[in-house]
Design a protein around this ligand. Structure first.
Ligand SMILES: [Zn+2]
Length: 177
């Protein structure tokens, strides 16, 4: 059986300063570890798995909007009912605004532009608004780019998601590093 590695050994393996591991651990980032007494120790299999997940082309990046930690597991991408209702109302107001002017607008009041519903990414354990979720996708189901883009394409086929949700914002959220 392979023994657990120390912070220094993992730092050597990753070619980083041991302090980087301390900093990551305090932020809930970095490779997973166990606490033995007061010492942080690393299972090298878990470190190697984490390292593979750091590959830039690996897939979408999911971060919980509540705790700000990695949300690859036990989390959902969600649209809240209240936000969707607001988005639909704001679009209707905008369509009415355009209709009232026969489509001719000389100066556009930005307050009248429709506001799409934002997609949130939340851990199931962090979310206290689960009863208000209109639509949810497990982040584990869309962990690779092919799975994620397939799901986005499916959502864009649904009228409500294409019209009334902030798909651009979601793509920026999961595509950025
Ligand atoms: Zn969370």
């Amino acid at each position: 059986m392979e023994r657990l590695a120390t912070t220094r050994e993992v730092a050597d393996y990753l070619s980083v300063h041991p302090k980087s591991l301390d900093r990551w651990a305090s932020r809930g980032e970095g490779p997973p570890y166990v606490v033995v007494g007061t010492n942080r120790r690393y299972d090298m299999d878990a470190v190697r798995e984490w390292t593979q997940g750091q590959t830039v082309t690996a897939g979408p990046r999911f971060k919980c909007s509540i705790c700000k930690k990695n949300a690859d597991k036990g989390a959902h991408i969600v649209i809240l009912s209240a936000h969707l209702v607001e988005a639909r109302e704001s679009r209707k107001r905008y369509e009415q605004y355009l209709a009232d002017r026969d489509g001719e607008i000389f100066s556009l009041d930005f307050d009248t532009l429709p506001t799409p519903a934002p997609w949130g990414i939340v851990h199931d354990a962090c979310d206290d608004q689960l009863d208000q979720v209109h639509y949810a996708i497990s982040t584990e189901r869309v962990a690779s780019w092919p799975a994620f883009t397939g799901t986005v394409a499916h959502l864009l086929e649904k009228g409500w998601a294409a019209k009334d949700t902030d798909m651009t914002g979601l793509l920026r959220k999961v595509g950025g590093r």
